[in-house]
Design a protein around this ligand. Sequence first.
Ligand code: NAD
Length: 252
Amino acid sequence: MDRTIAITGGGAGIGRATALHFHALGWRVAALDKDADALAELAALLPKDRCLPLRCDVGQEAPVTRAFDRIGEWLDGDPLTALVNNAGIADPCCGPLEDLELAEWQRWIDASLTAAFLCTRAALPLLRRADGASVTNISSTRALMSEPDTFAYAAAKGGLDALTHAMAVSLGPEVRVNAVLPGWIETGPWQKQGERTDPDHSKAARAQHPAGRVGTPEDVADAIEWLVGAGFVTGQRIVVDGGMTVKMIYAA
Ligand code: NAD
């Protein structure tokens, strides 16, 4: 039987790379994104019967319910084997704390943390049909360390890490739940047309990474693939950052 993966934020960046990665492995892909153009570009790259593009704001309850109902119809009794909660606002900077409006704060929390709750809850009946089902939450090394003025993003990702272990102990043994914490991932070539950019990293940017380079969306997709197949791994955080967060930096 074909395996199926659902990926939020599947239209661009890490989500798009993950959709193409799993398609190449023979999986069917349901991609949820609020950006219709990005979704249409992804869908144009894949055979119609292998990809279900769904326009959906994954931070909102009713659209998420509708999207997973549609995925259920598409599956027609088959299981959903994997869910990747990847959607998020890529820019972590929200400005000084004094100026941060509640509505702005909520935007980051909804796109990452609330979305992971809503999508996992909606996906559960479909995941429970599968042997070896899993959820992978795309967190960030910013759950572990911060730059100034990144409060909402850091809190959303820290919350996502806690949600990961809380769900792992509650949804097992049927469903494993893990998190990937990417570091600096260059997504320029993985954006929709008109927003695509070529990577251009300084020597200092590369040297900040013991691995000698900035990360790619494929690096994250590789980690997701490993976690999806790792039957005895649940509740874990896998840092995918080329060693950036273990490199000690002394001021000169
Ligand atoms: P991206 O902006 O390239 O792609 C994100 C996609 O998610 C876009 O297509 C966007 O339309 C979609 N999206 C955003 N909010 C949504 C919502 N509410 N509903 C539906 N779709 C929504 O971003 P990316 O860099 O690929 O980031 C993907 C994930 O990885 C995010 O959760 C981000 O926080 C995390 N991450 C990225 C990096 C990095 O360096 N790129 C590092 C650490 C973590």
